[in-house]
Design a protein around this ligand. Structure first.
Ligand SMILES: [Zn+2]
Length: 367
């Protein structure tokens, strides 16, 4: 599987393809989408005829499914959000993309024909997005707010869920029907002008995220993908817990666009339930309290980096994996500061946690 990074070769490719001018669409008026278009009474009717819609759909296919289209969209993202070349953050994202791309391929082999083109955006807000053409960005702000690679992987997995299901292309098709293609000169529209207009809509739609059905699908796919990695599967719930703490249970960051994503607490409950099921219903976690077979195992301490509740989901993830993989039949042991169950590390104790030997005894008694 190849992992593509932007190369200077693309300019030549695009010119050859007839898209030489297409990337510089900033001078074009931004097409109005949905509500605005409807308010002006220029909805579907203005797009006179099947031919123009078919032309628009053709352009969407080109943007979504060709290398040339991918480069145009990539450029539009970079132009809008800036690119951060910080080597450490890029290495981190490279590693996460490599791990997750392998995992996605197990679930959905179509990724092999359409690898992701990704970058770290300069934007300081906590956000990530996946556009058409498997163009993906993770904001610098995401790395600033979230220190765990496992949690960033959970976010990226969600975005790849959108990507694998062509969510943005589907939304763009919907919005093209309502958008005022008249602004780009409907009769003359075609080629790069139309491509530019669609690229603008695609960019907006990438940032708007999907409807709730799409969001839930992306969350569920992120879980599936994480199961095929070595990341802690508790990270999906842990990152939602962090969002609840940062933005409130009924609100969210852009990654969880307030109007489009289900509330953070519902998404958290979905992931906590998946962990419970994965553990064979042996384990629960609530407000930092881990229970095994209905009995309190421990209250996980907060650290300087994580609340008790957030950190508990990582312990939950390890315990769920333990039960799922059959290691729970083994005795709990202590290895340095890490509590083990069979070959599975359960938790590395930090100051504020219970004594590790006490934890091992309790685990053996209730597991
Ligand atoms: Zn989303």
């Amino acid at each position: 599987m190849s992992f593509k990074k932007f190369s200077k070769k693309f300019a030549a490719t695009m010119t050859a393809f007839g898209f030489g001018a297409a990337v510089s669409f900033s001078a074009l008026p931004v097409p109005q989408v949905s509500a605005g278009a409807d308010a002006l009474g220029i909805g579907i009717g203005i797009i006179s005829g099947v031919a123009q819609m078919s032309q628009a759909n053709k352009q969407i296919e080109i943007l979504n499914n060709t290398d040339e289209g991918q480069q145009i969209l990539y450029q539009s993202f970079v132009k809008e959000y800036g690119k951060n070349d910080d080597p450490e953050l890029n290495a981190k994202l490279d590693s996460i993309m490599k791990n997750l791309s392998k995992a996605v391929a197990v679930v959905d082999s179509s990724i092999n024909d359409k690898p992701y083109l990704y970058f770290v955006s300069a934007d300081k807000s906590l956000n990530a997005a996946c556009g058409m053409g498997h163009v993906m960005m993770v904001n610098t702000g995401t790395f600033n707010h979230i220190t765990s690679d496992d949690e960033i992987a959970a976010i990226v997995g969600h975005e790849m869920g959108h990507g694998q299901k062509d969510h943005v292309a589907k939304k763009v098709k919907k919005h093209i029907n309502k958008a005022t293609l008249a602004q780009v000169g409907a009769a003359a529209a075609g080629g790069s002008t139309l491509t530019n207009a669609i690229a603008v809509i695609a960019l907006k739609q990438s940032m708007a995220h999907g409807d709730r059905v799409q969001e839930t699908e992306a969350d569920n796919l992120a879980w599936e993908y994480m199961l095929h990695t070595n990341y802690n599967i508790g990270a999906c719930a842990a990152v939602q817990q962090r969002f609840v703490e940062l933005f409130g249970s009924k609100n969210s960051s852009n990654f969880l666009n307030p109007s489009d994503h289900p509330d953070s607490d519902k998404r958290l409950a979905n992931y906590a339930n998946k962990l419970h099921e994965y553990s064979g219903k042996h384990v629960t976690a609530e407000n930092g309290v881990i229970k095994i077979n209905g009995k309190v195992f421990t209250t996980v301490a907060a650290t300087s980096k994580m609340s008790s509740a957030e950190r508990a989901y990582f312990v939950f993830g390890n315990l769920a994996a333990t039960y799922h993989n059959g290691h729970s039949k083994s005795q709990a042991t202590v290895s340095g500061n890490t509590l083990m169950l069979g070959k599975q590390p359960i938790m590395t104790v930090e100051s504020g946690d219970e004594d590790i030997n006490t934890l091992a005894e309790k685990l053996n008694a209730i597991k």
